[in-house]
Structures are given as C-alpha cells and as structure tokens.
Write a protein that binds this ligand. Structure first.
Ligand code: NDP
Length: 239
C-alpha cells in the first residue's frame, strides 16, 4: 500500500532530498514550508503535493491540518535551521531573548506542535523522524540547545507512540553540502575546518541524510525507537 509521508520544510535543501527519496519509492509525499516559490518549484519537479504552513504557528498548523490526508504514515520534522546565526556578542537583552526564543520555536516547538497536530492521524507501523544536528552535541547557542531539546523530548514521544506501533527517532546530520547554511553562511576557512574534522573527509550530501530518514521510516527499523542516528561522517565531537 502507498504510504503518506509528510515532510516539513520539504521545499529546499535536506527536506527536498527527503521528499525526493520517498517520491522515488512511490510514496505519496506532502511537503510544507512558508514560501510559495520553493514549494511550487519542488512540488512541480517531484510530482508531490505542497501546502503552505508556518510550523511555529498553532493556528496556521490547524489550518493546514484541514487540508492534510486523514492518515499519515510518516512524519518528518525537518523544518528549521539556525535563526540566530549572528548572535555572538549581542548585548541587548530584549533582542537576545527574542532571538533565543525564535530558535527554540523554529527547531523544537515547531516539531512538537506538528507532531501533536497530526498525532491522531499517525497509524500503526508508522514513524516520526526529526532532523536534529551535530550542534546538539557541540554547544551552539540557542540552536544547539533547541536540537538537544528535540532529542530529549523525542524520548517521551517514543514512549507515547511505542504502544501504538509507531517509532520516533532523530537523524542528526553533521555538515551538509549543497545547503544554504553550508554554502552561503560559512566562511571558506570554517567550511574547510568542518570538513577536515570528519573521518570521511567530506560534508554529507542531502541524499546521505535522506537515506537515513528513509531507513528509519522503513519496516526494517521497526524495533528502533527513541534513538539519535548521527549521520556526520564521523565528525569529531569538538568545536
Ligand atoms: P533549508 O533552509 O534549505 O531548509 C529548511 C526548510 O524549512 C526550508 O524549506 C524552510 O522553508 C522550512 N522552514 C523553516 N522554518 C519553517 C517554519 N517555521 N515553518 C515551515 N517551514 C519552515 O536548510 P537545510 O536543508 O539545511 O535544513 C533542514 C534541517 O536540517 C533543519 O532542521 C536544519 O536545522 C537541519 N540541519 C542542517 C544542516 C546543514 O548543514 N545544512 C546540519 C544539521 C542539521 P521556508 O523558509 O519557506 O519556510
């Protein structure tokens, strides 16, 4: 039977690769995001369905929920990213609070809200997979804290969903090439340092991350839950 896969933030980067991987396996994929442009472009290219949604906004989520299929086999909480990349050295406390909260919202609260919103539609044999980050283990301000919180919260989620035959895991990427973060936001020198800290000597491709997600969402992974799967090329756990 064709499964229904919801990939949040599926219009670009890693989410797009995840959506493509499932679509190539003939699953029915729905992608979400805030910007109509990337959503439409990806939906047209992959032949998947796209819905506009801000996953940090409960009201927007409820609106999107009305358009989602009644049954969801796999939820991939991929939407997120470091919204506070330039925070170092900020002294304005109000701005600090705003930006810190924004990162928690973008990377932790959004995943919890989305999971809660679709909870009743998740079916036995299904899976929830969150996209974490190596930042959770390295200390990376509010972003690392949010991703670490995601892994912690997922332990509760796995406990809740387990009796219903649904798994919940985190795929934690290291450095991923061909993404806006890695390509445009890092200075060349820092990019080189990060790559040389891996055992494989390269950044991941978005497809490397997608393959791990697809495995965790497959029947082969039915007894794996509450875990963090690091897909980081053996990157050292130092900053
Ligand atoms: P992208 O910016 O390409 O992808 C993020 C996607 O999420 C975008 O499509 C964006 O679309 C969507 N998104 C962000 N916030 C929201 C929101 N509130 N509601 C709905 N959609 C949202 O980055 P990546 O592909 O690199 O990142 C994907 C995930 O991987 C993130 O969770 C990131 O933290 C994680 N990650 C990335 C790494 C990397 O090296 N690139 C390393 C480790 C983890 P739109 O803006 O239109 O809403």
């Amino acid at each position: 039977m064709t499964r229904t896969i919801l990939v949040t933030g599926g219009g670009t980067g890693i989410g797009r690769a995840i959506a493509r991987g499932f679509a190539e396996r003939h699953e029915a994929v729905v992608i979400t995001g805030r910007r109509p442009g990337p959503l439409k472009e990806t939906a047209d290219a992959l032949g998947v369905r796209a819905l506009k949604c801000d996953h940090t906004d409960p009201e927007a989520l409820m609106g999107t929920l009305a358009e989602l299929p009644g049954r969801i086999d796999v939820l991939v909480n991929n939407a997120g990213g470091n919204t506070d990349f330039d925070a170092d050295g900020r002294t304005d406390l109000a701005a600090y609070a705003r930006d810190f909260r924004a990162n928690l919202d973008a990377n932790l609260v959004s995943a919890a809200l989305t999971t809660k919103a679709v909870d009743e539609r998740l079916v036995p044999g299904g899976a929830v997979v969150h996209i974490g980050s190596i930042a959770a283990d390295q200390g990376a301000g509010s972003y690392g804290a949010a991703k670490a919180g995601l892994a912690s919260w997922n332990l509760d989620l796995a406990g809740e969903l387990g009796p219903r035959g649904i798994t919940a895991n985190v795929v934690s990427p290291g450095y991923v090439a061909d993404t806006e973060f890695f390509r445009d936001r890092l200075p060349d020198e820092r990019r080189g340092e990060l790559v040389s800290s891996t055992a494989t000597g390269r950044a991941a491709s978005p497809d490397d991350i997608a393959e791990a997600v697809i495995f965790l969402a497959s029947p082969a992974a039915r007894h794996i839950t509450g875990q963090v799967l690091n897909v980081n090329g053996g990157a050292y756990r130092t900053r």
